[in-house]
Ligand binder design. Sequence first.
Ligand SMILES: [Zn+2]
Ligand SMILES: [Zn+2]
Length: 336
Amino acid sequence: MLDEPRGIAAVITVWVLVVGPFVAFGVVPLVWSTGLSWLNAGMTLVLYLISGFGISIGFHRYFTHGAFKTGRAVRIALMVMGILALEGPPTQWVAHHRRHHIFADREGDPHSPWRFGYGPLAIAKGLLFAHLGWMFKRELSNPERFARDMVADPDVRRIERLAIPIGLSSLLVPAAVGGLVTGTWAGAASGFLWAGLWRMAALHHVTWSVNSICHVIGERPFATRDRATNFWPLAIVSFGESWHNSHHADPAAARHGVLPGQLDPSARVIWALEKLGLVWHVRWPVRLWPAAGATRHAGTGTPPRSGGARRACDARRTGTSSAGTAAGGSARATSA
Ligand SMILES: [Zn+2]
Ligand SMILES: [Zn+2]
């Protein structure tokens, strides 16, 4: 189940990436008197979009769940975009996330908020653990078991060797642009702070909220074997990832916001890419079974429902079950 423990350098990196932005924003603005200029706001938005879709469309819906197929250029672009989010190398991201789906909210799940029990204190502790506590453990999911396709993919191996410079560029390029445009060191510092650190931290906490909040608070309209919820306030900033109950009910679907009015920007982008002929064999959801007597709000103290997720048969899915995809990613899309 697990790989060799995370190395000490990786543990330090996690600490720096999690705590660094808070320290920087607590201290540096006093020194540099930086504000959010239009330049920084623009760079922050653009980098948030690029790295955010890299996670939601790339790392998550494509690499982890095989929600569509695409060619080599788009695959590499999605990988690089995801690395810019500084959420770790794609193989480990995919391995953790597939393990999460297989063991969701049960023993073996790397980040279930229900780990400590169902009382208010246990849930509070669990939320903190699911949000970021789990990353400080030295535990790594075994890629040979959970992401063998990624391990065997020469493009993934090649790009992952460049993960550190690619990741650093998402912090240093905005600093360089800020410095060059304003011609000042303060401009470089504020570019680094806003479009680099702040943007990275904001996306981190949105991603982590899907692991924490979206397994505790919100609605559960569909039958799943875990406690994943739909949490609407995060729909736009997470690019549709917070429709997490629907996602757990049908993990390989390219759209997570399946009910009327549920905004899912990632699904919209995948739809546009499909129209442009850049992605194909997209697994659009057809119908999900509603949960029998589903609780509308979690945190009621009841344990996870047992039994597998039930999903209506999708004729276009040629024999690939979503559970099978989540289990091993054996059906991950590859270039045709
Ligand atoms: Zn989940
Ligand atoms: Zn998933």
